[in-house]
Design a protein around this ligand. Structure first.
Ligand SMILES: Nc1ncnc2c1ncn2[C@@H]1O[C@H](COP(=O)(O)OP(=O)(O)OP(=O)(O)O)[C@@H](O)[C@H]1O
Ligand SMILES: [Mg+2]
Length: 404
């Protein structure tokens, strides 16, 4: 089965041509959640006005955000995605108005590309979900700006940037993450997903990948980017039907084949990310020898064999783990990657197993060395996302995924 990745766009509805600024929910992506305590009872989709009014978010003016990012200066760019660029800015912590660079609270401002409102739906989904949830493993959305053609989102600033940068960028700032830190990040991200899948929330995240896992100064992982998130199935429904969206290499095979989305699709994506963390390899890497382009296909046969998992494990981790712990982690990844969704663990089980691996580390049963974490040199966080890239690699991006 081949998958071709279209242009870097994040629109979901095929009929969303970019001419309308109205939120659409033609594909069943109902924006119906009213609180993080919502039960699984279906409520009518909320309008844009309701979503914006009911959130506890600050509505910023465009000029405020322009000022706080120093007019979106290129040297304030923290990173770029398919949605637009993310800038570093400063606001006063009490009034939440723009403050002088270097004073007040640091924020990350995501500015939607102004190509005919394409992405408005994702922008609204982000406001809808992150406007209601508060969880230590979800990035905090502080506010938004909706003014004329401008669509922006204002987040807490995550000083260590994305997991993607730490795993795959080379350069003095991005030292390889230690085994312990990889476990910590995996556990944090798993807790975020488990919260979303929990009985009271039932949200399918749909875009789980290393660039959407952001790290605070202590390497606590937080999920960002809820543009593709969807309410999970309600009542006796087993799945929600959607147009297939996501990022090449991360989407579950049954979702690619049918468009049927379940929480187990997120578990598969979690397995891909866990495998990327264990191996230090990208989910899809055309620069590798043929037969190794697709990480999951290449690694699966080795993961099941205790004597062969060394072939998969990142050699930058040598000496930091015991075979036993590495095998357990590899086995967890393998189960998450089961082709048959019912053989995948749920996220609560994943969290439990990762906690056990983390405890093993804490009781000193492994050769892991807590002090072996990266020691980045001191520099401006502006540099995050702009580290020296050894290989020019086309970054995976969220887009419609087509199967042939
Ligand atoms: N709150 C934040 N704090 C610090 N850096 C951030 C923050 N949000 C995003 N970034 C940086 O900006 C980059 C771009 O983020 P964005 O979510 O727009 O795109 P992406 O996730 O990389 O790709 P895609 O558009 O395919 O999802 C991230 O990879 C990260 O490095
Ligand atoms: Mg992102």
């Amino acid at each position: 089965m081949g998958i071709c990745l279209s242009a870097r766009i994040k629109a979901e509805s095929p009929c969303h041509t970019g001419g309308s600024s109205k939120p659409v929910s033609t594909d069943g992506n109902d924006l119906s959640r009213s609180s993080s305590k919502a039960s699984s009872v279906s409520v009518p989709p909320r309008s844009e006005g309701e979503i914006l009014q009911s959130s506890n978010l600050k509505s910023f003016s465009f000029s405020d955000l322009k000022m706080s990012t120093r007019n979106f200066r290129p040297d304030s760019v923290l990173g770029e995605g398919g949605f637009g660029s993310v800038f570093k800015g400063w606001i006063d912590e009490n009034s939440l108005t723009a403050s002088k660079p270097g004073s007040g609270t640091v924020i990350a401002v995501k500015r939607l590309n102004q190509e005919g409102f394409q992405g408005h739906k994702e922008w609204l989904a982000e406001v809808n979900y992150l406007g209601q949830f508060y969880h230590p493993h979800l990035v905090k959305l502080i506010g938004y700006c909706l003014e004329d053609e401008h669509r922006l989102l204002v987040y807490e600033f995550m000083p260590r940037g994305s997991l993607e940068n730490h795993l795959f960028r080379r350069g003095s700032y991005f030292q390889p993450l230690s085994w312990n830190l990889r476990l910590k990040v995996a556990l944090g991200a798993a807790r975020g997903l488990a919260f979303l899948h929990g009985a009271e929330t039932k949200v399918i995240y749909r875009d789980f990948k290393t660039s959407n896992i952001l790290l605070d100064s202590n390497y606590n992982a937080k999920l960002s980017d809820f543009g593709l998130a969807k309410d999970g199935p309600t009542g006796d429904k087993s799945h929600v039907s959607t147009r297939v969206m996501g990022t090449h290499g991360y989407a579950a095979p049954e979702y690619l084949a049918t468009g049927h989305l379940t929480a187990r699709s997120d578990v598969y994506s979690f397995g891909v990310v866990l495998l990327e963390m264990l191996s230090g390899r990208r989910a899809v890497d055309k620069n590798r020898p043929s037969g190794e382009h697709n990480l999951v296909e290449w690694a699966k046969p080795y993961l099941a064999n205790k004597r062969k998992i060394y072939r998969v494990l990142d050699n930058r981790l040598e000496g930091q783990y015991t075979l036993d712990v590495a095998y357990k982690a590899a086995n967890l990844a393998l189960r998450c990657l089961s082709t048959e969704p019912k053989f995948r663990p749920n996220m609560d089980e994943v969290v439990k197993e990762l906690e056990e691996l983390h405890d093993l580390k804490e009781t000193g049963n492994t050769r892991c060395d807590q002090s072996s974490g990266p020691r980045p040199r001191r520099r401006s966080a502006d540099d995050v996302g702009k580290g020296n890239t050894a290989a020019a690699y086309p970054r995976p991006s969220t887009s419609p995924l087509y199967t042939k």
